[in-house]
Design a protein around this ligand. Structure first.
Ligand code: NAD
Length: 453
């Protein structure tokens, strides 16, 4: 049985390997991590991340051909193919701080693989990395004196949290970048052979390594750019009484544009968009392409503007003061169907409201554990029941597009709130006219507010 290892048991490593194990019962798949708590959670009934359908896939495969372990050295020795899916956050120190990727976890992994390998292996970059990282990794790996040769492939992951399992089972494409040498082509073929167990050949793209690495950064930049574009238009809608949902529908029906990623909101979040764009900006700067760097940087600047604008509007509409007022955030995850709160706009909204001395309550069906970490040392109240959280509030701000928030009993919520009662819909998911008729003052994104005064 061929042995596959994944280093990094996070949002990518865990689900990706669970699906590979499910689709390829003839392979032994192991996921390792330096974080022992995370590994024991993967081995328990309470998985460390929430993702629809993940529980079922893990239950089917764990102990059969899927294993979670902290024995990184031992598992490296057993593996034929090693996926590396460690985190690659933005650097917070030294050269390139705030922009470049922090590659320390990545390099440590490369050295650990080298130290524990006694035969040639294929290394697969799953993490999102700056262009040409594979070259650096290959240099480190092939620096050994025992004649072992490593092939490094780039196989960026395009799953979206919240739909990870379906994205992995039915990917739009699988991208594999490899060296254009005989060994490179053989390594690519070995990886293609794994995906071919469930992905049609026409969806498996083979490219050179640099194209694969850059495609991931470019894909995230394009996706984030669409959100910033519609958010920029939402600001103009509010100034002109146009309706951003109507504009979005009108432009999205143009087949050249398409309807996806055109929903105005309080801003994008997640661990990837901001970090990957900043990394792209850094790379452009490194190659002397200042105009290109400035162009992409604006996508992040627009996102920050949108979140700040949301809080400014709360303040303005609530008579320029929220000091001592209870404001309840509906949702804290950066999007629906995940517990992930990394870079969630709700973090900034909560902190800005606290700066204004509001009394902040946070509700979320899956993200309260992470919210507790994000807001540690801050005087916020966490409450999973939205009705309890809303009671006595002056305002509700919808931060996450959870389905459950669309169907709450808003009459009951209105009755329990201080008056005048406000709703700021940061995701445009509620029925604004209905809420207005109940008595709420309603402020969507990119549409005229509905007020009783
Ligand atoms: N989250 C997403 O939706 C997503 C989608 C596509 C690509 N990516 C990319 O995939 C990569 C991983 O993202 P993630 O969200 O899974 O991150 P994560 O932080 O959830 O998981 C990374 C894991 O790697 C572990 N790790 C770090 N250094 C290690 C080492 N030396 N040895 C063993 N384990 C180590 C950490 O303990 C952590 O559990 C990133 O580069 C990210 O940009 C993420």
């Amino acid at each position: 049985m061929n042995s596959i290892l994944c280093i990094g048991a996070g949002y990518v490593g865990g689900p990706t390997m669970a699906v590979i194990a499910d689709q390829c019962p003839h392979l032994r798949v192991c996921v390792v991590d330096i974080n022992a708590d995370r590994i024991s959670a993967w081995n328990s009934d309470s998985l460390p991340i929430y993702e629809p359908e993940l529980d079922e896939v893990v239950k089917r495969t764990r102990g059969r051909n899927l294993f979670f372990s902290t024995d990184i050295d031992g598992e490296i020795r057993k593996a034929d193919i090693i996926f590396v899916s460690v985190n690659t956050p933005t650097k917070t120190f030294g050269h390139g701080a705030g922009m470049a990727s922090d590659l320390q976890y990545w390099e440590k992994t490369a050295r650990q693989i080298l130290a524990n390998s006694d035969r040639s292996k294929i290394i697969v970059e799953k993490s999102t990395l700056p262009v040409r990282t594979a070259a650096a990794m290959e240099r480190i790996l092939n620096s050994g004196e025992n004649g072992i040769q490593f092939q490094v492939l780039s196989n960026p992951e395009f799953l979206a949290e919240g739909t990870a399992i379906q994205d992995l089972i039915n990917p739009d494409r699988v991208l594999i970048g490899g060296q254009e040498t005989e060994q490179g082509r053989n390594a690519v073929q070995a990886l293609v052979d794994i995906y071919a167990n469930w992905v049609a050949d026409e969806k498996i793209l083979r490219t050179n390594v640099w194209s694969a690495e850059l495609s991931k950064l470019a894909a995230n930049a394009f996706l984030a750019q669409r959100i910033s574009s519609i958010n920029a238009i939402s600001a103009l809608c509010e100034a002109t009484e146009a309706d951003v949902d109507e504009v979005s529908r009108a432009i999205g029906l143009d087949s050249r544009i398409g309807p996806k990623f055109l929903k105005a909101s309080v801003g994008f979040g997640g661990s990837c968009f901001k970090k990957d764009i900043l990394n792209l900006v850094y790379l452009c700067g490194h190659y002397g392409l200042k105009e290109v760097a400035d162009y992409w940087h604006q996508v992040v600047a627009m996102n920050d503007f949108q979140t700040d604008r949301f809080v400014d509007n709360i303040l303005k509409q609530m008579f320029n003061t929220v000091a001592g007022k209870k404001i309840t955030l509906f949702g804290f995850a950066f999007k629906a169907n995940t517990g992930d709160t990394r870079e969630s706009p709700a973090i900034k909204v909560a902190k800005n409201l606290l700066t204004e001395q509001a009394c902040v309550w946070v509700s979320d069906p899956k993200a309260l554990n992470n919210a507790k970490q994000d807001l540690r040392d801050l005087a916020v109240h966490l409450e999973s029941d939205p009705y309890v959280a809303a009671t006595g509030s002056h305002a509700i701000a919808v931060m996450t597009e959870w389905q459950t928030y669309r169907t709450l009993d808003y009459q009951r919520i209105y009755d329990s709130m201080e008056k005048p009662a406000f709703i700021f819909d940061g995701r445009n998911i509620l029925n604004h006219r209905e809420l207005f008729n109940l008595g709420f003052n309603v402020f969507p994104i990119g549409k005229p507010g509905l007020t009783h005064f």
